[in-house]
Design a protein around this ligand. Sequence first.
Ligand code: CO
Length: 274
Amino acid sequence: MKVRKISGALGAEIMGVDLTKELTADLVKEIRDVFLNNNVIFLRNQPLSSQQFMNFARSMGKPVEYPFVKGFDSFPEIIEVKKLEHERSNFGGVWHSDTTYLEYPPMGSMLLSKEIPPYGGDTLFACQYAAYETLSDTMQRMLSGLRGISSSAKADVSKTREDRIKTDGKDSAPKNFTNSHPIVRTHPETGRKALYVNVAHTTGIEGLTEAESAPLLSFLFEHQVKPEFTCRWAWEPDTLAFWDNRCTMHNPINDYHGFKRVLHRITLEGDKPI
Ligand code: CO
């Protein structure tokens, strides 16, 4: 197995691993270590069936269903993330960590690329350890103990789901999920602290008025995606990406109107953030 870092802050490509084969426990551990050290990993040339995709996901955690979109009949934990030729909005097309409005937000998410436009449709990732560590000591102290409120109903992100809910929405009308989590969370595996707010879902801070929280959140939203905290992945078909939602944000770029882009996604169960 070979590892190539793709930026200074986060992201690593793993080479020499074939996910169509069963992985040894040692290899699973090695992959997990690269994942924990780099926040997001990429493996090219992985033409996986849904069963093989699920097998790899199960080696890294427990696949769970996404609340708003139906999965495949035989694999309800796999959803299609897609944008069709005639569609304008791209699913999740804003900086975020996945479903932070849940009480137990996912520890990680996996995407397996199927159809990729001839150009565009890259995904950006941002390291939230770096975002936290570059704050002043005073700001770090000020944020410790504060809880951010996440809602699934913020307008900018809910409109990115509209096309998918129209074609693949779950029958039960989606309800609005709201939960609060520490703004600075401690990673349960690495023990490192990471900033855990995001512009897609965080609506406020517990105990503060909107006038008080808005300027602080808008500073954090801007700070946490500085270019030097990010990496950018240009997809080709049959690439698997796996990112750590506990310390990483992502943002798919919507710059390929007129072309189709299809990826399969599995989300893995996470802890309650502390
Ligand atoms: Co997402």
